[in-house]
Design a protein around this ligand. Sequence first.
Ligand code: NDP
Length: 294
Amino acid sequence: MRLLDGKEVSAKIKEDIKKEAAEFAAKTGRKPHLVAILVGNDGGSETYVASKMRNCELVGFDSTNIRYDENITEEELIAKIKEINKDDKIDGLIVQLPLPKHIDPEKVTEAIDYRKDVDGFHPINLGRMQRNLPCFIPATPYGIMLMLQHYGIGTAGKHAVVVGRSNIVGSPMSILLARNSNPGNCTVTLTHSRTQNLKEEVLRGDIVVAAIGKKNFITADMVKEGAIVIDVGINREVSTSTKSGYKLYGDVDFENVSKKASWITPVPGGVGLMTIVGLLKNTLEAAKGTIYAK
Ligand code: NDP
């Protein structure tokens, strides 16, 4: 078994991003700028946004965190998004999900100018991704593709089984793996909670991507010998043994699945770190105008 080491890959790619950000700043007199909007006080969201802001600073980007009370109206939030859309000094805009129930995430996502949509959730970016056209790719699947690329893992012709079909992870992951690209060119099975005989489906996977949100859901008896296993899950449990007061678990039973897998991502230290890299790369591309000309 070999580890798909998010620490190693993300550190290497972040060095490259840092160099490119410095070149951008030297040329334009300003840094790439990411704005993150956070609504309410969800613990997980606070941690993710803080980490995104910290990483922007590390690679030499400007970052702004706009915070709103959970009572903000949908209209107020969308008005702010429209204001940011018009601001030439802001390259990328993300609105951290989940949003409070009274705000429609679809409306919010579509309000963001697709040229600043560095989360890659806007229908224009998703449509362009499906067509294999230049676009912002959702950060988590993008990070996974960069990781496969870094380790030179050949995916063409392999059978990939994706477990979970969310708009932000499972569905875009299945599209990327099926595309005529490298990595890609897989035969893809996309599974979800209504899939019958899930174990049999997952057992067919040369590549298994687990994006379910249930601790240790993928067990060793579900995984083919030699499979490449990508664990997207981040499941938090309160713990007295860590400084932060919680411990993270993936969707894969790492201890036992790692005995069968040829490659596997750890949690923490795997896909989570690559998600940040995906976001940073999208923000840099947005600043440089390489995907959508400024
Ligand atoms: P969602 O809750 O949006 O989607 C979960 C998916 O899993 C759904 O498609 C659901 O099916 C499917 N599912 C649930 N139960 C089962 C089951 N028993 N059998 C088969 N499929 C099932 O989650 P996300 O995609 O947003 O996130 C998944 C996990 O990844 C979470 O732990 C999340 O925290 C983590 N995550 C990690 C990131 C990272 O950077 N590492 C980034 C984003 C998420 P159905 O559609 O039928 O309901």
